[in-house]
Structure formats: C-alpha cells, structure tokens
Design a protein around this ligand. Structure first.
Ligand code: ASP
Ligand code: MG
Length: 406
C-alpha cells in the first residue's frame, strides 16, 4: 500500500554512535513498513565535521576551499553507508548516495554553495523498486564535477530541497531537542515547546541565535511553502511545525526570547560629523570581508559623533585593527572594543499589531537594572545589546514578562 512520501533528516547527534544509528534505522524501517516511501538525509556522525575542520587547520591555517569541501563531504559519506547497512540488517532494502550521485547541482562557491537544481530521477527510480533512499546531507557537485558543501548545518537544506523537489508529503527534521522552545530550556526551565512557528519567526530566531535549524533551509522552505516538522530522534513526541501562518488561540505577541553571545562591539569615538564618514568605515570593513551587524550612531555634539557596531567575536581582532586604521584616516578619536556583550531579542509576528512591545521590553530590563547599550528592531523582533553578565537574568525576566512560561 502506498501511503505517501516522507523525507526525514537526522542531525549529527542523532547518529553519533552505533546504537543511535541503529535507532534511526529502526525508526525509518517502522515508517517504511507502514507503507511510506522513505528518503532519508543524514549528517556526519556527532562532531565529525568540527574534528575535520580542526584537522585541516593543523595542516594549513588557510586551506583551499575546494579541498575543504572535499574533506568535509567525507563525514556524511560515512553516515549514509552505515545507515544503509543498519537498515539491511533489519531486513529491508536501502541504498545510499552522495550528493553528487543523486544530482544535487550547485554553483561553485565552495564551503557555502547554492543549489542550482536537483535531478531526482535516480531517487524516484530506487523508490519505485521499493528501496529506502539515503542521501548524504550538506553536499552537492558543480557542473565541473567538483564536490561542494552547502554551509554549516547544510543537511537541513538538503532535506528541505529534496522534500520540495520530490513533492514530499512530510519533511521531518530530527534533532536532539523536542522542537522549538520559547527560549533555551537550559537557561529558563519554564521554557515551553511551541506547537508551531511561522517561517518568518523561525528565520529571526535562527539568525538571532537559536541554533536548531540552518537559516538558509528555512528561507527555501518559506519560498516553496514546505511545511517542516522539527522533532526529537530520542522520542516519539510531536515536535514543532514550521509553517506559513500560525492560528493562535490567544493573542500572542511574543513567541520567543533568544540570546546570542557570539558578537562583540566596536565603538569609534569622535567621528567628524560630515557626509562620508560612516560610508568610509563600513565600506572598508565590507571590502575586508567583515560583516557588520547592528549599527548605532549617537547624536552629535560639537560636530562629532560616536558610532558603535557589532561584529562576530571571531572577526573582532581583525575588525578592530582595521577600524583603528580607518579612524586615523578620517580623523576620528579612539576605537573601543567590548567582547563582554550579549544580544537579547524577542521575536513574534504578533508584534506587528501590538503597540508598546518595545516599551515593555525596555521597562523589564530597567526593572532588573540592566543597561541597554544598543537597540535594533525589525517587523517582528526587537533586539538589545546588554552586558553579558546580565544575559540569563534578561532571558528569564523577558520570558516571564511576555507570558511565555509553562
Ligand atoms: N555536518 C555538517 C555540519 O556539521 C552539516 C550538518 O550537520 O548539517 O555543519
Ligand atoms: Mg552537524
């Protein structure tokens, strides 16, 4: 009996050891036995990808990106073969493929390649024979036959793209948490699993620091309206649906609170207040490949102003050095840096129709004597930069304030 097609993706932690691989095999087989056609996408075992990155770094601190892809793609190749063997052992037919074998064609931007097209003929052929098809996540191939990878966390993208291309009935992303939470349960034990979030909310959460799914995969899901079910590979509980629109019973303004500690702040003091100063700073930074996130320019006194911005901590040494150089050139003053900051954000589509959300956020932080150093907003989110030592207090108080607790 043919029931439909399911794409399932298992992340690194779900296949971290032999027992877990066997568990994944059991789950896949159970679905197959119910009559579903199964396409399974797998990530590299546990921390394999990180270990390969470290290994490369010991050989060459600036490895060629092409060779990096050659190296990292091996992680997923191990997983697919082992999972196929585990399924065989349970008595079902399964066949594994690399990204290149199933025709995931990408552009040539190694380490962050974009999918151009997918030829699903081969997958369909094998499904028609009754086989479970297992595809290596995170990888593709250029028209020149060079192996590429899709950016860290890219197995999510492989799964979503295959679900779209195959017209799958369901796309399930299995991970080590039970779904998307109102905030990190390790910080706030009253955090709640959300039944559903919209693509836009998930995109904000992903880019603001909730590391459940790769942001690019959500963009693709949104573009083609692929519903995603994020759930745990360690239980049978329903997880969180990521969909276009969520009908919420109550008037929910804020859906989640996120925390990001991976940024640092740079401040250029006494920038001459004339046209072109900011342009000069950010143009040179972008030319050096430093991406800048939040930017704040203060009011100018005596025709001078301070400009602050955030960069990723990894980029801080380089960005600070470069900014000092630019500051000199434009006759600005000191360049200060602060790596002890955190970004705390509230996210929710409900914000669009509710005034006073920002005021409530600022008031909550003020009550806890937390100073706000920078603010930025989007349609459905408000972020504040605060000192890192207040981060957890801020998460808990905002989570309570907006009624997110259990
Ligand atoms: N193994 C790759 C990574 O760790 C891809 C993935 O896990 O989705 O980034
Ligand atoms: Mg991974």
């Amino acid at each position: 009996m043919h029931k439909g097609l399911i794409v399932q993706k298992f992340g690194g932690s779900s296949v971290a050891n032999v027992e877990r691989i066997q568990n994944v095999a059991k789950r896949v087989v159970a679905y197959r036995r119910q009559g579903y056609d199964m396409v399974v996408v797998v990530s590299a075992l546990g921390d394999t990808t990180d270990e390969l990155v470290k290994l490369a770094d010991q050989i060459n601190a600036e490895p060629s990106e092409r060779e990096m892809d050659m190296l990292l793609s091996t992680g997923e190749q191990i997983s697919v073969a082992l999972l196929a063997m585990a399924i065989h052992k349970l008595g079902l037919e399964a066949i594994s493929f690399t990204g290149s074998q199933v025709g995931i064609i990408t552009d040539t931007s190694h380490t962050r390649a974009r999918i151009i097209k997918i030829n699903v003929d081969k997958i369909k052929e094998e499904l028609a024979k009754g086989k479970i098809v297992i595809v290596a996540g995170f990888q593709g191939v250029t028209l020149n036959q060079d192996i590429t990878t899709l950016g860290r966390g890219g197995s999510d993208l492989t799964a979503v793209a295959l679900a779209k291309e195959l017209g799958a009935d369901e796309c399930e992303i299995y991970t080590d948490v039970e779904g998307i939470y109102t905030t990190d349960p390790r910080i706030e034990s009253a955090a709640r699993k959300l039944e559903a979030v919209t693509y836009d909310e998930m995109l904000e959460m992903a880019s603001l620091g909730a590391q459940v799914m790769q942001a690019r995969s959500i963009e693709v899901a949104k573009k083609f309206n692929v519903p995603i079910h994020v759930r745990s590979s360690f239980s049978d509980k329903t997880g969180t649906m990521i969909i276009k629109e969520v009908k919420r019973m109550e008037d929910v303004v804020v859906s989640g609170v996120t925390l990001n500690k991976s940024e640092a702040k740079i401040t250029v003091c006494n920038v001459p207040d004339r046209p072109g100063a900011a342009a000069k700073i950010f143009k040179e930074l972008s030319e050096a490949g430093v991406s800048v996130d939040m930017i704040v320019q203060n009011v100018s006194h005596l025709r001078q102003t301070d400009i602050s911005f955030t960069v990723s901590k990894a980029n801080l040494p380089r960005a600070a050095k470069l900014t000092q150089k630019i500051a000199k050139k434009i006759n600005a003053g000191d360049v200060l840096q602060d790596e002890f900051i955190a970004r705390i954000s509230i996210v929710g589509v409900g914000m669009k129709s509710h005034p006073g959300v920002a005021a409530a956020m600022f008031d909550t932080l003020a009550r806890h004597k937390i100073n706000i150093e920078m603010i930025s907003t989007s349609d459905i989110s408000i972020s504040c930069i605060i000192q890192k030592r207040f981060a957890e207090t801020a998460v808990r108080s905002l989570h309570g304030k907006f009624g997110l607790a259990k």
